[in-house]
Design a protein around this ligand. Structure first.
Ligand SMILES: Nc1nc2c(ncn2[C@@H]2O[C@H](COP(=O)(O)OP(=O)(O)OP(=O)(O)O)[C@@H](O)[C@H]2O)c(=O)[nH]1
Ligand SMILES: [Mg+2]
Length: 395
């Protein structure tokens, strides 16, 4: 099938020394010859592996000196100067000559999709590599390209006649189970700091973020609008959100009520809750609203201010039993223990990067269908879809 010519800016936005524009498609070479004049008036052969130096020319005027990497007969990388005005001018020129402007990930999806043999999971893995949040995530996703999920699905397809469907369903269930911690390693999770006022939530955010992001004071109700920070707790990447302290006594004013409502909404969306309590205060600090909203959430109880004489009896904590860590956010004590507990509770400690995992909604949905499939014919069609369907770029 003919592929129209696509052009995409492959480098990030903003000024830089160099920017790269990728041009690919059946008549990419024709367009290149129209807009590129090689130094020394030499012909622009564009054979695979060549690197050409020359000018991008618009109406006889050179607008930038560039190098062109000829990656294949129909794929070229134009390395121009990184001034956004030049990049925009070259993109506009390419469009005038018939190229279609697309986003970098859309262009990559098209390039990967044409590689033989086509493997949709491998394409999705290569695309995901551009957005993984941790080095461990990069190792995990790299493994899915030729091994991992891709290899497992091919194995099921090739041995479908001799494999019991229950065995495939059980293995698909394992993969889906591992995909949840994998998601936290690949894309990062959300950790919410919640609890009564003045327990040290903002202090803990600052300690974990390594900088003074949130305002700390001994006034109850200091934090109203939530504050967030991106942190790396390898192999985990997380957005940590500091919320307004939850206290019915504070919620009488409209503004505090709105702040507390927002805290509960953040709790509902978070992957992990750190319930921060003050070890130096009696145990009647936790609002009923909060206990109810935490009932089904993955939660760690953080007993802060362990540097002060304790007044709190952890035996009085509401059920269910949870992992509990004692820290002093102010002094930085117990933070290593807290991070270890976060890893354990999120099942990312010692996560083997060779584990097959699903890492797109499409893969998860198809694995769920595979688990339920009751005939070989149905299983075969799901497996082909997993490997062969065109790759959509999620935006
Ligand atoms: N001794 C001691 N004091 C702490 C510790 N952590 C926080 N504090 C103090 O406790 C007070 C409240 O801290 P914040 O971090 O503002 O508490 P918060 O939970 O964010 O409070 P709100 O935003 O009002 O809900 C401040 O005076 C902090 O310096 C700790 O580990 N030990
Ligand atoms: Mg605060």
């Amino acid at each position: 099938m003919d592929m129209p010519v696509f052009a995409a800016v492959m480098t990030g936005p903003g000024a830089g020394a160099i920017a790269t524009i990728q041009l690919c498609g059946d008549s990419a070479q024709t367009i290149l010859r129209e807009i590129f004049r090689r130094k020394g008036d030499r012909p622009c052969a564009g054979a695979q592996g060549e690197i050409l130096l020359g000018d991008i020319v618009d109406n006889g005027l050179a607008i930038d000196e560039v190098t062109v990497g000829c990656e294949s007969a129909d794929t070229f990388a134009i390395h121009c100067h990184g001034n956004p005005i030049l990049v925009a001018a070259i993109m506009e020129l390419l469009q005038r000559h018939g190229a279609q402007s697309v986003l970098s990930e859309q262009l990559l999806a098209r390039v990967f999709a044409r590689q033989e043999p086509h493997d949709a999971i491998a394409c999705e893995a290569k695309l995901a590599l551009a957005t993984v949040k941790t080095i461990e995530g990069a190792a995990l996703i790299n493994h899915q390209v030729n091994a991992g999920l891709s290899a497992r699905v091919r194995y099921w397809r090739d041995h479908l006649d001799s494999l019991p469907l229950e065995e495939i369903a059980a293995e698909a269930g394992d993969i889906l189970r591992h995909s949840e911690p994998a998601r936290l390693i690949l894309s990062g999770g959300t950790i919410a700091l919640v609890g009564p006022p003045n327990t040290g939530k903002s202090t803990l955010l600052n300690t974990l973020a390594g900088r003074e992001k949130a305002i700390v004071s001994d006034v109850r109700g200091t934090t109203r609008d939530w504050v967030s920070a991106e942190i790396l707790l390898p192999p985990l990447a997380a957005t940590i959100i500091d919320t307004a302290g939850l206290d019915p006594a504070l919620a009488s004013a409209d503004i505090d009520q709105a702040a507390q409502q927002r805290s509960l909404e953040i709790v509902a969306r978070a992957d992990l809750i750190l319930l921060v309590l003050d070890l130096s205060q009696p145990a009647d600090q936790i609002a009923t609203d909060l206990t109810e909203s935490l009932a089904h959430k993955r939660t760690i109880i953080v007993l802060n201010k362990a540097d002060l004489p304790p007044q709190f009896d952890p035996g009085n904590l509401p059920p269910p039993p949870r992992e509990t860590v004692r820290i002093s956010a102010q002094q930085g004590h117990g933070i290593g223990d807290l991070i270890g507990t976060i890893h354990r509770v999120c099942h990312v400690a010692d996560f083997d990067p060779r584990t097959p995992v699903a890492f797109t909604d499409r893969q998860m949905h198809l694995l769920e269908l595979l688990q339920q499939s009751e005939s070989q014919t149905r299983a075969r069609s799901i497996l082909s879809e997993l490997l062969e369907s065109p790759v959509a770029v999620e935006k």
